[in-house]
Design a protein around this ligand. Structure first.
Ligand code: GDP
Ligand code: MG
Length: 782
């Protein structure tokens, strides 16, 4: 039978895992391996995906993927024989550094060497929390070169000669997501002097899988067991000394949230890095297991490729396991000749035959059997975790069959209402007023001083107007990020993805894309940045493309103006139609994209559902601060320049003479060239086209430009027919996102994508606006 046929609440043992390639590798890496016990917890409200319990944690799987997993029913639950030792000996802790290196041959790095550390761990293991504890306020955010994955680094507090680089959260070093490739490249190529591996102690089975792969890299390493407060609080314990003995690296119990054990962790980390104390153990295969098939295979390959691995600068054990798994990237880097490749393949074939497992499954099995042994020897399990029980209760509402969707709609509505309606709006108005006063003051001062009229206009109409209009969005962005961090850190975000996955799957995306898309109704800029959290490049790109179709709040003034002028009796209906129209256009584009550029499936939805946790204030406040900084930097660079350019185009003619009426400006001339394009869809007036062009800078300026150029609403009302107004509204709904959003796309995905999005959106907008115009003409509307 297969996993899809398992009944709710029932358990089974996995027999075989189907599928192929990296996706299958990902299942295995997440602990879905032959022999593992799996329980169906519940289905998502829409019937797909399902939540399973496995290797001591909850994960989600789509039914289509579950179907590929063969199981046999479990007769009776296996008795877990955990050590029943009473209160474990306390970990001696500080002062015992250097347990795992040979004192005789020790060669400490010269004083003054900057000790670089990679901070690696599963998602939700407390990485961000620990990183904040370690670095305090001395962190920088950048991108990993060549990719758009965010890279944070910083100095360890009170240790100026150190640098910690926060790697993206990962489960394995198999190249499944771009994050995993980036991380492993970073460790192999940039050669940090040490690794700080953080593991969630409440779920070591899952977390140690990565630990073992990191150890194979032969980089000095310490293991931080985080969330020890929860483990202890539930009456559990971990035999630290035994664990160190089995792993051959320093293991430090910590609580990042409570800042316990962090100093000890730092001292161990500094020690292993300074003395280049490599893990004492990298070999996790046992002669006694599966007839020694995996053991012999790995060691055979190791001998065979030793010199190649050395030449390529890849640790030999790591290279051998990756070759055994069939990792193409490593095979290329090793530059084996054809004969050697055949040799390796033969060894692997023999191993598959003897072990009864295929290559990937055999390696995963080797790792998990070691983990099981370690867990048995070192973990004193609590009876039932309070946090898990609490999570189960919260989930009975938040992912419950009938309550999940209402709860989701309610929570999102609350977030939006608070962000855009209450707090954000208030702060935005305040800031706008402030900027308004500042402009007026500047205007007055410049007049009093008798400043040159060009400079005067540049400052007031260009810079203050342009940068100011964008700056006023800062509060909304900050508050939106406050709520996002809250949703993310509590663990609710994962549930949203779980609940909505089936819906998004229809357009070729996964549940994880829903949040950035919803945020798009607020502002595209933070939404585009939020796409970083998506697991694959394909999903990231596709979601980014769809975000501009979600009508952002800056378009509201445009809708307001036109509905009031042209559809006063049906204002609400027109508004709703506009929002729905945006979504519809997005769906059409997504479907087209899925059929062409983004063929294939969204990544399988194998995702951990962590326990709900109370986030720390620092974790919430820090991203808010960082986003503000990001945003301000942009406001004063890209937008500053764009404002000046538009101002110049609007203020000068082609002889670079200041014009009295913007009708004679370069902008008007350019708009005049472009305007025939819009004549067929109803609005060829150069003033309207000019407004659209300024809308490129910020959507609100469409309204302000129209006001200036028409000198009041009466003029505008007479310049357009009703059907032309409808067409124009449609165009405004869909055409190119503003400069800030384009800049965000540029930053996240690069120039090519930014250009593509601008062109694509304009074309789509024109087509839809034309369709509306044609439809209304056919219907006989004036
Ligand atoms: P990341 O995904 O690995 O970056 O994990 P985070 O640092 O965002 O932490 C995930 C959640 O665990 C947050 O809600 C944290 O507040 C919480 N957390 C982190 N460290 C600890 C800890 O030591 N104890 C407890 N109880 N919670 C923690
Ligand atoms: Mg985090």
């Amino acid at each position: 039978m297969n996993l899809k046929e398992l009944e709710t609440g029932k358990s089974a043992v996995i027999e075989a895992v189907g599928g192929e390639g990296v996706l299958r590798q990902h299942f295995l890496d997440m602990g879905v391996i032959p022999g593992a016990e799996i329980t169906l917890v519940k289905y998502a409200p829409m019937g797909d995906p399902a939540e399973y319990r496995l290797q001591g944690y909850e994960l989600t799987l789509r039914l289509a993927d579950a179907e590929k997993i063969e199981i046999r029913p479990l007769e009776k639950a296996a008795e877990k024989t955990a050590p029943k030792k009473p209160a474990a000996a306390e970990h001696p802790g500080l002062g015992e550094g250097g347990k795992y290196h040979d004192k005789k041959g020790e060669k400490p790095l010269p004083a003054g060497t900057v000790l670089t550390f990679a901070l690696a761990g599963n998602q939700n293991s407390g990485k961000t929390t620990l990183f904040n504890q370690l670095t305090g306020s001395s962190q920088r955010v950048g991108n990993f070169p060549g990719v758009t994955v965010e890279r944070k680094s910083g100095q360890i507090r009170n240790h100026p000669d150190t640098e910690v680089v926060d790697l993206p959260g990962l489960y394995s070093l198999s190249p499944y997501t771009s994050e995993e490739i980036v991380s492993r490249e970073y460790i192999l190529k940039d050669k940090p002097l040490g690794i700080i591996n953080i593991a969630d102690a409440t779920n070591l089975e899952r977390n140690l899988y990565l630990t073992m792969q990191l150890m194979e890299l032969e980089v000095p390493m310490v293991l931080a067991l985080n969330m020890m407060d929860e483990v202890r609080g539930n009456g559990g314990s971990i035999l630290i000394n035994e664990m160190e003995e089995m792993l051959g690296i320093p293991v430090v119990p910590i609580s990042a949230a409570k800042n316990e054990g962090v100093d000890e962790l730092v001292s161990h980390a500094l020690h292993v890095a300074k003395y280049q104390e490599k893990p004492a153990r990298t070999d996790f295969c046992e002669e006694s297991e599966r007839g020694g098939a995996v053991h012999r295979c790995l060691h055979g390959i190791m001998h065979l490729i030793e010199d190649h691995a050395k030449k390529a600068g890849i640790p030999v054990r790591f290279a051998a396991t990756k070759l055994a798994e069939g990792d193409e990237l490593i095979r290329k880097e090793l530059q084996l000749d054809e004969n050697e490749i055949n040799f390796v393949e033969k060894i692997v074939e023999q191993m598959e035959r003897e072990s009864g497992l295929d290559r990937s499954a055999a390696i995963a099995d080797m790792r998990f059997s070691f983990i099981m042994k370690l867990a048995e020897a070192c973990i004193i399990r609590p009876d039932e975790s309070k946090e898990r029980e609490r999570s189960r209760r919260i989930d009975s509402v938040l992912t419950g069959k009938f309550t999940a969707i209402p709860a989701f709609v309610g929570i999102m509505a609350l977030v939006f209402w608070l962000t855009f309606g209450v707090v954000g709006k208030f702060l935005q108005d305040l800031l706008e007023t402030g900027i308004g006063i500042l402009s007026e003051e500047a205007d007055l001062l410049l007049t009093v001083w008798g400043t040159n009229e060009v400079v005067h206009s540049l400052v007031v109409d260009g810079v203050l107007e342009g940068v100011g209009s964008v700056l006023s969005f800062l509060p909304i962005i900050v508050i939106l990020f406050f709520f996002l961090s809250l949703l993310e850190d509590t663990g609710y975000m994962a549930r949203i993805a779980f609940v909505t996955d089936k819906l998004l799957r229809k357009i070729g995306l996964s549940g994880r894309s829903i949040v950035p898309m919803l945020m798009g109704f607020g502002c595209s800029v933070p939404s585009i940045m939020a796409c970083r959290t998506l697991p694959s490049e394909r999903d990231r790109r596709m979601t980014t493309i769809l975000i501009p179709f979600m009508s952002c709040s800056a378009k509201l003034p445009i809708y307001g103006l036109f509905t009031a002028l042209f559809f006063p009796d049906h204002a609400a209906l027109v508004m709703i139609l506009l929002y729905l129209g945006g979504i519809l256009a997005g769906l059409i584009v997504a479907t087209a994209a899925k059929a062409t550029k983004f063929r294939g499936e969204a990544v399988p939805f194998v995702m951990e559902l962590p326990n709900y946790r109370m986030p720390t204030a620092e974790n919430i406040l820090r991203p808010m601060w960082q986003k503000s900084k990001d945003f301000l930097t942009r406001a004063f660079t890209v937008i500053f320049i764009a404002s000046i350019v538009i101002w110049m185009l609007r203020s000068f003619n082609f002889h670079f003479e200041l014009v009295a009426d913007s009708k004679d400006s370069m902008l008007a001339a350019i708009a005049g060239v472009v305007s025939p394009v819009f004549a067929p869809i109803g609005f060829g007036d150069w003033r309207i086209v000019t407004a659209l062009i300024t809308g490129f800078m910020a959507k609100e300026s469409v309204v302000s430009t129209l006001a200036v150029l028409f000198g009041g609403n009466a003029g505008l009302a007479s310049a357009l027919t009703v059907k032309a107004a409808a067409s124009l509204l449609t165009f405004c709904l869909l055409y190119t996102p503003c400069v800030a959003a384009i800049a965000a796309v540029n930053r996240e995905l690069g120039k090519k994508w930014a250009t593509c999005i601008v062109i694509m959106q304009c074309v789509v907008a024109w087509i839809f606006a034309g369709a509306v115009y044609l439809l209304l003409t056919v219907l006989g509307l004036q």
